[in-house]
Design a protein around this ligand. Structure first.
Ligand SMILES: [Zn+2]
Length: 215
């Protein structure tokens, strides 16, 4: 593996409210990397005057979801530039996108941090979660009210309702779990970590795992 010329593409995966965003905030103190949600990727690509950028911008301006067929080329363009090491949250989202990622970057540049916890932990944690009124992402409440995903200020106003939390758990089983197993079958390095003990206890362990990749 030649990390000097090619940065790491790390994926942080887990159930909604398993602590992906909070883990990122802890890792920020240790390593120099870019953290990007799938929304960040699309917004960044939409700023550029490229073919795919104009397509993505068109959907976003209409407030529509960018169809899957355009997400992969947008991600490819994005991942080829910018920060050397990247931590992605929300891309890849399913097996199709995972295949695309592997075909373009190879298994040695990709590592996965797989946060494992019970459904109940995610449901309990929802009590201090807020949902962004613009991008709809859920995250821990913070004093500034700024969304960590779309960076909109004073956006965290809505407590996610139980139906959203249940929906996300269903999506996790339907799309995320098969994607993780696909990566595993393809020989991608996966760090499975039980985060039931909380972010404070597990963040240093994750940081240690990422050291050779982000250090
Ligand atoms: Zn947002």
């Amino acid at each position: 593996m030649n990390l000097k010329n090619d940065g790491t593409i790390a994926l942080i995966v887990g159930k909604g409210n398993s602590g992906k965003g909070t883990q990122n905030q802890k890792l920020r103190d240790r390593y120099d990397y870019g953290y990007f949600s799938s929304g960040d990727i699309l917004r960044e690509v939409a700023k550029g005057d490229t073919g795919i950028g104009r397509i993505v911008k068109g959907y976003m301006e209409k407030g529509m979801n960018v169809p899957d067929e355009h997400v992969n080329p947008a991600a490819l363009q994005f991942l080829q530039g910018g920060a050397r090491h990247k931590l992605l949250d929300g891309y890849s989202r399913n097996i199709e996108q995972a295949k695309f990622l592997l075909e373009n970057f190879g298994k040695d540049r990709i590592v996965i941090v797989n946060l494992l916890c019970s459904d109940q932990l995610c449901i309990d944690r929802a009590s201090n979660r807020r949902q962004c009124k613009f991008c709809k992402e859920t995250q821990v409440e913070n004093t500034s009210g700024t969304c960590v995903f779309c960076r909109t200020e004073e956006a965290l106003v809505i407590r996610p309702d139980d139906a959203i939390i249940r929906d996300r758990l269903i999506t996790y089983r339907r799309e995320t779990v098969p994607m993780i197993e696909y990566f595993r079958e393809q020989g991608v390095t996966i760090f499975d970590i039980d985060v039931e003990a909380g972010t404070e206890a597990t963040a240093p362990i994750i940081a240690e795992f990422l050291k050779p990749y982000f250090g």
